[in-house]
Write a protein that binds this ligand. Structure first.
Ligand SMILES: [Zn+2]
Ligand SMILES: [Zn+2]
Length: 162
């Protein structure tokens, strides 16, 4: 399906094709905590990089975070923001060059709903802020990274779309 996304001030708009649009993975890592508003986590979905079309590219600002401040290891993701309103739009990682990872909350197209107890994956919970509450009974929580990829989750949960 084609997804439309935009920042809050609408200076940046984009479209991208995605067969994995379900917003099921909540990342609580130290980087997502601070770069994604007040919720304490970020949800990225996945699109096909070669289909990404961006309007207002001149407003984009990029940020490559340091994953580990002691070893100075960089995070592979390059996060793209609107320089005008600060909305985090998507991340791109050269290691996974065929894909782009839009932030679910800036997608204007309705996305599939995911049950927070049975199907949402809560990841990097070792870095979670203490006040962020994971619903009681949540079936999939991970101290670190999850045991399957975005695409595998969509196949397993029959949410893959054309
Ligand atoms: Zn903006
Ligand atoms: Zn994260």
């Amino acid at each position: 399906m084609e997804l439309k996304g935009s920042c809050h001030c609408e200076k940046v708009r984009f479209t991208v094709k995605s067969h994995t649009p379900a917003p099921f993975m909540r990342c609580h890592c130290t980087i997502c905590r601070k770069t994604n508003g007040g919720g304490g986590y970020c949800i990225n979905i996945m699109g096909l990089y070669k289909t990404l079309k961006v309007q207002g590219e001149e407003y984009l600002r990029k940020y490559q975070a340091m994953r580990d401040k002691e070893t100075k290891e960089l995070c592979g993701n390059i996060r793209h923001f609107c320089g005008e309103c600060g909305t985090h739009l998507y991340a791109y990682d050269r290691k996974y060059a065929d894909y782009v990872y839009p932030v679910a909350s800036c997608i204007d197209t309705p996305l599939p709903e995911v049950d927070p107890i049975t199907n949402v994956y809560y990841i990097l919970t070792k870095d979670k802020a203490n006040w962020v509450v994971i619903p009681k009974g949540a079936k999939h929580t991970f101290d670190n990274y999850p045991d399957l990829s975005l695409e595998d989750w969509h196949i397993k949960n029959k949410k893959l779309v054309d």
